[in-house]
Design a protein around this ligand. Structure first.
Ligand code: ADP
Length: 335
């Protein structure tokens, strides 16, 4: 994250430069003065309280300002970074901001201070009062009060960031664009080397993780291949066993398969077959029955017929023989 404190006395041009910086670096602009003014416009309790201090050129109490700013930071959890404009204005606020950012695992990158002489500030503020209608810019006494408050209460905050090696002053008189360029040059000098290092580190870490991933994949592949070989060899062994001894018990898998077959048979039995199958089965049964009957008939019929046919023939033959014998007897008697 890129977190910048834009610092300077009233009328130094913090608001103007902030607008340009947030556009270039894609940051969230948090101006405590703007937030208070919005609350005054909305006639909120916070606005009413803030107005009573602002109209006199005094600072709004720390407790109120700090909790308001914390709420604003928390509203922007996905921010790439912040520009704090008009905050921190006291040592207590600076400490609170450090703690807040620490809790979010980030910190202030740098304090950019716009340095403008008091004479210039007074001129600017009076001019702004004529155009913007800000009441605190229209009264010379209030303007002076704000400059004094800055010198006494706010300027020491510079030391807070200097001790951290984060303070950077930029001359704030001249063309808006040239001041902006000067500010950008400071920011870029702070972030570019770190981003380069970061990108290099990223590349290294990503290649490392990629290598680790590949190694893991290779291991898994090897394991799989080993398992396959074991499976194949056990299969071959099983086949050989079966070939050698047909009575060998089937392997567990086969038992399962057999069981599953039985199960499926059971299932198919309990489940009604479809129309086609019923028809087929019925016809099959019919055919079988008819065939059986025919066979039985064939078997039984010829026997009957033959017995019927053969019996009278035999009788006839016997009778004929008897007749012939009788005739012979008669002939003999006649003789
Ligand atoms: P300027 O920079 O011209 O003073 P600001 O908009 O920053 O204008 O502030 C306007 C007024 O709002 C201040 O004079 C003060 O009363 C109040 N204010 C803004 N920021 C703070 C702050 N961080 N702490 C206390 N009061 C503040």
């Amino acid at each position: 994250m890129l977190n910048i404190v834009l610092f300077g006395p009233p009328g130094a041009g913090k608001g103007t430069q902030s607008e340009k910086l947030i556009a270039k670096y894609n940051l969230i602009h948090l101006s405590t003065g703007d937030i208070f003014r919005a609350n005054i416009k909305g006639e909120t309790e916070l606005g009413k309280l803030a107005k009573s201090y602002m109209d006199q050129g005094q600072l709004v109490p720390d407790s109120v300002t700090i909790s308001m700013l914390e709420a604003e930071v928390n509203k922007n959890n996905n921010a790439k970074g912040f520009i704090f404009d008009g905050f921190p204005r006291t040592q207590a606020q600076a400490v609170a901001l450090d703690n807040l950012l620490k809790s979010k695992k980030t910190s202030i990158t740098l304090m950019l201070a716009l340095e403008v002489q008091e004479e210039e500030l007074r001129k600017r503020l009076l001019l702004r009062g004529q155009n913007s209608g800000r009441p605190d810019d229209q009264n010379p006494e209030v303007i002076q009060k704000r400059i004094d408050v800055y010198n006494n209460e706010t300027a020491p905050v510079k030391d807070f960031y200097t001790s951290q090696g984060k303070y950077q002053g930029v001359y704030g008189i001249g063309e808006i664009e040239s001041i902006f360029k000067a500010l950008c040059a400071v920011i870029d000098s702070k972030i570019k080397p770190t981003t380069k290092n970061a990108s290099v580190k990223k590349v290294i870490s990503t290649t490392r993780t990629a290598a680790k991933k590949i190694a893991k994949k290779k291991k898994v592949m090897k394991k799989k291949a080993a398992k396959k070989v074991v499976k194949k060899s056990t299969k071959k062994k099983a086949v050989k066993k079966i070939a050698k001894n047909k009575t060998t018990k089937p392997t567990k898998k086969k038992v399962v398969k057999k069981n599953s077959k039985k199960a499926t048979k059971k299932v198919t039995k309990s489940v009604r077959p479809t129309g086609r199958k019923v028809a087929k089965k019925a016809t099959k049964k019919k055919v079988v029955k008819v065939a059986k009957k025919k066979v039985i008939k064939k078997v039984t019929k010829p026997n009957r017929t033959t017995s019927k046919k053969t019996a009278p023939k035999k009788l006839a033959k016997k009778q004929a023989k008897k007749i012939v014998a009788k005739k012979k007897v008669v002939k003999k008697k006649k003789k």
